[in-house]
Design a protein around this ligand. Structure first.
Ligand code: SAH
Ligand code: SF4
Length: 352
């Protein structure tokens, strides 16, 4: 069989954790130290085939080819924004399409990656929601967005920050997401700093609590409303996990010194942007180590929704600041190429 064509009987090595890789190499009759070698090739040296693994004998490479495969995703389109943000369209082995966004900062890059093809959460303001959920990504496909992006960079070390804020709800694909993150921060291989990885969730409460135990990443919560009635309307997940349970989970989330949970709050004109809404948010987050990012709504699937005026946004910000919160208004980059928060849908990109 040709390498790269996935065989269901073969093992997807990039989707295994460090311990699972050791168990797997033992299972195919190799010594445990081979696991470390293989992982270095996969994650650090960005190998695309077993033949590149030159410190592994030819006989072992043949055994690997017979029993395992290396996930690759194909970058089939790149769009570059006026502000130099880049959006990538990736095609997966089954033809599914996902997007990642590379955002330039002052002295480094941040990559926004996807965790699912589409999303089942149905938030009314979000383009990705319109597709529904097609499928979960594997851990290998999640990591490969990072590695494939680094392959295309002049200085891959400049990619230091990763945000799981692309397509999909990361905590609805829990096991693959945690394996991917733990592989990214594995000090023996790719070694990203856990302080520079942020997972954003719409609020899958039981998995917020699990995440606190399983992975030391930063947490961002898409809040978007200060009361259940409003949140039920724009984020259906709230009917399953209401604000009370969400805030309780956030209070349990283990935070290192000086770290805070980021609460993202999209401002939508006439929906959640009044001074009364700001006061509700201030009350709701009392006792939580919270910083708040206000995000003007980017044009989404519902044409009747728009961002408030600048003055209204500043008024909202001032109320939260008066209540002692750290609060910024964050404009997303890459709007001209539909690369901003909530605008990823892959379908549109194929029409460019
Ligand atoms: N599913 C996760 C992560 C992906 S969505 C979550 O919801 O948190 C990433 C971010 O994009 C979320 O904070 C979401 O609230 C925001 N977003 C979605 N649609 C948006 C829009 N139209 N304008 C601005 N931000 C949007
Ligand atoms: Fe899914 Fe996040 Fe979009 Fe909601 S905002 S539909 S959870 S991707």
């Amino acid at each position: 069989m040709k390498e790269g064509i996935q065989d269901k009987m073969k093992t997807d090595l990039k989707s295994l954790s460090a311990n699972e890789t050791i168990e797997w190499v033992k299972g195919v009759g190799l010594e445990p130290y081979r696991a470390g070698q293989i992982r270095q090739w996969l994650f650090q040296r960005m190998a695309t085939s077993f033949d590149e693994m030159t410190n592994v004998s030819i006989a072992i490479r043949e055994r690997l080819k017979e029993t395992a495969f290396i996930t690759r995703i194909g970058k089939i389109k790149t769009l570059v924004s006026e502000d130099t943000t880049e959006k990538y369209l990736f095609k997966l082995d089954d033809g599914s399409l996902i997007e990642s966004v590379l955002i330039p900062e002052k002295d480094h890059f941040t990559l926004c990656i996807s965790s699912q093809v589409g999303c089942a959460m149905g938030c009314t303001f979000c383009h990705t929601a319109r597709q529904g959920l097609k499928r979960n990504l594997t851990a290998g496909e999640i990591i490969e967005q990072v590695i494939e992006t680094q392959r295309g960079m002049a200085d891959p070390d400049k990619l230091t920050n990763i945000v799981l804020m692309g397509m999909g709800e990361p905590l609805a694909n829990y096991d693959a997401v945690v394996t991917a993150i733990n592989n990214l921060i594995d000090q023996n291989t790719i070694s990203f700093s856990h302080r520079k990885i942020t997972l954003s969730t719409s609020g899958i409460v039981p998995n917020i609590i699990r995440l606190g135990k399983d992975s030391p990443v930063n947490l961002a919560v898409s809040l978007n409303a200060g009361d259940d009635e409003t949140r039920n309307r724009i984020m259906p997940i709230n009917k399953t996990y209401n604000l009370k349970s969400l805030i309780a989970a956030c209070k349990q989330f283990p935070l290192p010194n000086r770290k805070m949970i980021t609460f993202e709050y999209i401002l939508i004109n006439g929906v959640n942007d009044s001074p009364g809404d700001a006061l509700k948010v201030a009350k709701l987050l009392r006792g939580v180590r919270a910083k708040i990012n206000l995000i003007p709504l980017n044009p989404g699937p519902d044409p009747s929704m728009c961002a408030p005026s600048w003055d209204e946004m500043v008024r909202f910000q001032d109320i939260l600041a008066e209540n002692q919160y750290t609060v910024i208004i964050r404009k997303s980059k890459g709007q001209d190429i539909l690369a901003a928060c909530g605008q990823l849908s892959a379908k549109e990109l194929t029409q460019f």
